[in-house]
Design a protein around this ligand. Structure first.
Ligand SMILES: *Cc1c(COP(=O)(O)O)cnc(C)c1O
Length: 484
């Protein structure tokens, strides 16, 4: 099975080539040309481990990797670095089931994909006989950079450079970055905010002269971005596994439809649930939950995608996004490559696009809603007071939206971060406060009775290894000095 571009103007490529390319040469995203026929008998799958199900899904989608390669990638990605043997434990609250995706190295859901991507990439590089080292550049406002380093750290044949803004990164995220110990990881602060950092990094990718100098030094750019198919496919696994566990526990019978509720930013997570449905997961509705940056809510409710609106800084920062890149993949399945190319052109040129009535009809299973910061706070408080279960602000967005579409069907909520990743926000909601996140961690543990996860408990005693701060104009010289 090959991968084709959503915009229809690129050659179809093998899975491993799609992983190496990241984005298709015509600017589109790679999608599978057909969905694999899989035996999703949930009465069988309910007795399989996360890793066993991962093996089946990976093999079905990454068809040019050998069985041995897949087995090694899965074993390496979902091993001892997870703090729960089941990888994604489930917590029940009535007909709502939280699929906890935050038990990896950085206690947020990006670990699921970013543990697998580096292994998929370096295996692909070997298969294709690439002589150059892969250079991963990332501008990060927090979650992606730390998860990418946790994944790429000490992976042979890769070098990773993370740029983060001095302004707008939480204490915990900053501490995670500056204490990163992997030898191939480089962390550099940039004066300014996230936009400044991202703009500076984009100039590097676009710099042909730099590209040549790097090639001479035996480096080739690569990306850990969530548009890589190597990040999307691993996320199908937890929906299949989660459903199988619901069958096992007796919450549903094999074949029953469920609702999937996802706190959404770049649309990768919920897109994976759609892929899961295309290979046999029974889904009634896909519920897209946004924060105050509710461009997706408007899109699913009106058919108009309009990015021309103020950007809001919310308490769920990983969802502060106005252009949801992976939505392009859904549009492809609801229309065709020509139409997608037109929509994306409109988005670039006019800042908005309107889909046809047929496309809206094809998206009927997608429902959308959003939560304000106040609603998020009230939800965390209410769920904690009623059930003593602590939500992080991202998961709380989903929990707030879920009841609007509840007809009694089982709702599987993607729980994307540990509350201990955002301790100050959560603590304030519960009527307490702390000057430093380091202090907030302990206070939160005391109130909730949940111990501070080990991944962050030891964070503030780790050695600081990265102290460089640069101005955006210095980024190119700094990169060359760091790498070459
Ligand atoms: C990245 C992220 C999201 C958004 O996921 P998408 O796949 O981009 O929609 C939600 N919650 C957390 C905690 C995240 O880190």
């Amino acid at each position: 099975m090959n991968y084709i571009s959503t915009r229809g103007n690129a050659q179809s490529v093998s899975a491993s080539q799609a992983v190496i390319n990241g984005i298709a040469p015509d600017g589109g995203l790679y999608v599978p040309e057909s969905f694999p026929a899989l035996d999703l008998d949930f009465d069988r799958l309910k007795d399989l481990s996360y890793q066993e199900i991962a093996n089946e899904i990976f093999s079905a989608f990454f068809t040019d990797y050998t069985e041995e390669e897949i087995a090694a990638i899965v074993a390496g990605s979902y091993g001892e670095q997870w703090d729960d043997d089941t990888i994604v434990p489930i917590h029940q609250e009535g007909n709502k089931f939280y699929l906890e995706l935050f038990h990896g190295p950085t206690i947020a859901f990006k670990d699921i994909a970013l543990q697998a991507l580096p292994r998929l990439l370096s295996t692909a590089a070997k298969k294709h006989g690439l002589k150059s080292k892969l250079l991963i550049l990332a501008a990060t406002s927090g979650d992606t950079g730390t998860a990418a380093m946790a994944g790429f750290g000490d992976v042979p044949g890769t070098e990773i450079v993370v740029f983060y803004p001095e302004v707008g990164v939480s204490e915990i995220q900053k501490q995670q970055m500056i204490t990163e110990a992997a030898k191939n990881a480089h962390v550099i602060a940039i004066t300014g905010n996230f936009d400044d950092a991202q703009t500076a990094v984009k100039t590097l990718f676009a710099d042909d002269e730099l590209g040549k100098e790097l090639a001479a030094g035996k480096f080739q750019f690569s990306s850990a971005n969530s548009i890589n198919i190597g990040r999307l496919i691993p996320q199908i696994v937890y929906y299949i596994y989660g459903y199988a566990q619901l069958v096992k526990s007796g919450a549903i019978k094999a074949g029953d439809e469920i609702d999937i509720v996802v706190p959404t930013g770049n649309f990768g997570n919920i897109m994976a649930s759609y892929y899961a449905s295309r290979i046999g997961l029974p889904v009634r509705e896909f519920i897209v939950a946004s924060n105050e940056n509710n461009v997706l809510t408007d899109f699913f409710n009106t058919g108009v995608y309009d990015r021309k609106r103020p950007f809001t800084v919310s308490t769920s920062p990983a969802m502060d996004i106005l252009v949801s890149s992976n939505l392009e993949r859904l549009l492809y399945f609801a229309s065709d490559a020509t139409e997608v190319a037109n929509y994306m052109e409109d988005l670039t040129e006019k800042g908005s696009y309107t889909v046809s009535p047929e496309v809206r009809e094809n998206l009927a299973k997608f429902k959308a809603g959003f939560a304000s910061n106040e609603e998020v706070a009230a939800t965390i408080k209410e769920v904690f007071e009623d059930t003593h279960y602590l939500l992080d602000p991202h998961t709380a967005v989903a929990r707030f939206v879920a009841p609007s579409f509840d007809d009694g069907t089982v709702q599987l909520i993607a729980s994307t971060a540990s509350p201990f990743k955002f301790p100050q926000t959560v603590l304030e909601v519960l009527g307490e406060s702390a000057k430093h996140e380091r202090v907030a961690l302990d206070q939160l543990a005391l109130i909730s009775g949940v111990p501070v996860p080990e991944q962050v408990a030891k964070l503030f005693t780790k050695e600081v290894r990265h102290t460089l701060v640069i101005d955006p104009e210095e980024i190119k010289e700094t990169l060359k000095e760091t790498i070459l």
